[in-house]
Ligand binder design. Sequence first.
Ligand code: FEO
Length: 433
Amino acid sequence: MNKERSRGISVSPLLFEALIMRFSWTDIRLQTAGCSDMHREIAGGVYFVGVDDHRTQLFENLWALPHGVSYNSYLIVDDKIALVDAVKESWADEWLENIREIVDPSRIDYIILNHMELDHTGALPHIARIARNATLIYTPRASPMQKAFFDVSLKEKTVKDLDEISLGNKTLKFVHAQFLHWPETMMTYVVEDQVLFSCDAFGSYGALNGKIFDDESDMQKIEKESKRYLSSIITSYLMFVRRGVEKVRKLGIAIKIVAPSHGPVYRNDPMWIISRYYEWSSPQFEKHVAIVYGTMYGYTHSLAVTLKDELVAKGIEVRMHDVSQSEMSNIVTDTIRASVIALGTPTYDAYPFPRMQAFVNEMEGKRFPRRPLALFGTFGWGGGGIEKLQKQLANMGFEILEPVTRVHARPSQQQKHDLVRLTDAIARKISQD
Ligand code: FEO
């Protein structure tokens, strides 16, 4: 019986070997598709050791992450070993594993912190307990932040703008990059390999899923997600983006690879992301109108649609968002560069519709550059929503186009006519740009 069964599944030694080989290869590929891809070499002796976050729903607990996000960290192995940036604390174990696959983390000599925000430093105490002889490297402004957040018991060395440290065969140059995206930020440049570790600058939302390089990525998706990332995270500091890019240009350093702390590593076309960031941080507005409105029972929606139809009929590009339906980062992305923003609100408890108020507060907090604004809205009895919004926006320095359209309940023909006049005012502003 055993013999029969044995005969039934018997395989030749050659086939057996082939199956074993196939199994082993599949196993290796499975590993490669998982964590092992996350420690790939990006230049000789320079490794990616970052992690993907598929769990967090909202970045900063504010901005949607439909495709996840990566926290990139890099290891430079030379006579001395340097670690560039850490990761968010929940991913410390996976990150340490990535490092261990390359070196014993206790051998790390330098931990370079380009930025103190916790998505890049949360796991610092974990590595600090292992790499006990390492020296922290950061800007003078980062030092008190590190002490306030962690106060790890490691030596520290603060670096001035353009200071250099030798690792043996490789030289690290530190380029201060204030407000990218906090006041203490810097970039680290590997002189011999021409690799720029830019931290938040040139970053993107979206997990990498093992595809760490631009030439392995869906670049249409990267373009959308990096623009949304810049718009939601760095909008308050757009002029610092341009200053940062201009500073790097003036240094005259060649850049072969841009390795940010979120999103892909740009080895195929590093200038692509630098140029996109420069373009998206331009003080020049784009020739489109963003209509952002709230609505409860559809009347403000109908005003928004009339406005949109009139603008489109005039050949003007419109991007439109209902604040109760669109995610905030998409609204910010479409409004921050619009030549004219049109805001519509119902009155709610004598105030603007709460989600519209939240958006206008976001405009204020993100220091939206001034430009013409159009205002329209509805009220059922007492009013007050549009008036309060108008006052706040005027205090923020925005020019409010006339006529401001206030509708009691159902829009009348006269009020629709006012909206047409408003589109004329918007069109004149767009043509003046
Ligand atoms: Fe990715 Fe400002 O932290």
